[in-house]
Design a protein around this ligand. Sequence first.
Ligand code: ADP
Ligand code: 5GP
Length: 225
Amino acid sequence: MRGRHPGAGMATGKTINDTIERRGVMLVLSSPSGAGKSTIARNLLASFSNLILSVSVTTRPRRGSEIDGTHYRFISEAEFMRLRDSNALLEWAEVHGNYYGTPRDPAEAAMAQGSDMLFDIDWQGGKQLMEKARADVVSVFILPPSMTELKGRLVRRAEDKPEVIEKRLQNAVKEIPHWDEYDYVVINDDLDRAYHEVESILIAERLRRDRRHGLYDFASGLIEG
Ligand code: ADP
Ligand code: 5GP
C-alpha cells in the first residue's frame, strides 16, 4: 500500500498530499463588485495546480479586456433561458440587471475527478451552492476596507460607465449584508495580505480529514508496513 504514495511523486512536482484521494473543494468567492475578488481569484488560479475556474454564462455585454470562453461565455437572453430551463445550470441569478449562471457539466466533472473548483459568483449563487452541496462548498466573502475605496476601485478599474458604477455601488449595499452567510470573511485592504488569507483557507480546507477518504489506505499502509 505504501507504494501508492511514493516520495518519487516529488519529481513530478506533486506532494504526498496530492497523491491521497480526496473530494474536491468548491471554493466560492463572493463580494460586492470592485472589492477585488476577480484579482484574488486570478492569483489563486495562477498559483494552485488542480484549481479550475468555473466559467459562468452571462447575458452581460463583454468588457474590452474580457475573452469569450475564458472569463465568461457571453450568450443571449434566449440562450440563457434555454440553459436554465433544461437544468443545465447548477445555479443562476440576476445581478445588476443581467443574468449569470454556473454551467452544471464542467463543475460536476471537476468534482468527480477530485479537482477543486473556484466559483466567482454573487451571494444568491453562493446560497444556492451551499444549499446543494454544503459539505463540498467552502465560501469566502470579501469586503472592501471602506465604501470610498470601493468606489475608487470601480472608477480606477475604468471598465464600466459611470451609470454602471453607480448601479454596482447601489447593489453593494444589498450584497454586503450577506457576509454572515459565509464560512470566512476577508477584508481586502492590502491585496497581498488578503490574497494570503484566502490562500491559507484553501490550503487548510484541502487538508480537512473528512474530504480525504484516501487517508484510510494511507494510514493503514503505514501500520501494515
Ligand atoms: P471584483 O472582481 O470584486 O469586481 P476586481 O478584482 O476587478 O474586483 O478589483 C477591482 C479593482 O480594484 C481592480 O482594478 C483591481 O486591480 C483593484 N484592487 C483589487 N484589490 C485591491 C487592493 N487591495 N488595493 C487596491 N486596489 C485593488
Ligand atoms: P461582473 O459583471 O462584475 O463580472 O459580475 C457581477 C457579479 O455577478 C459578481 O458579483 C459576480 O461574482 C457575479 N457572478 C458572476 N458569475 C456568476 C454566476 O454564474 N452566478 C451568480 N449567481 N453570480 C455570478
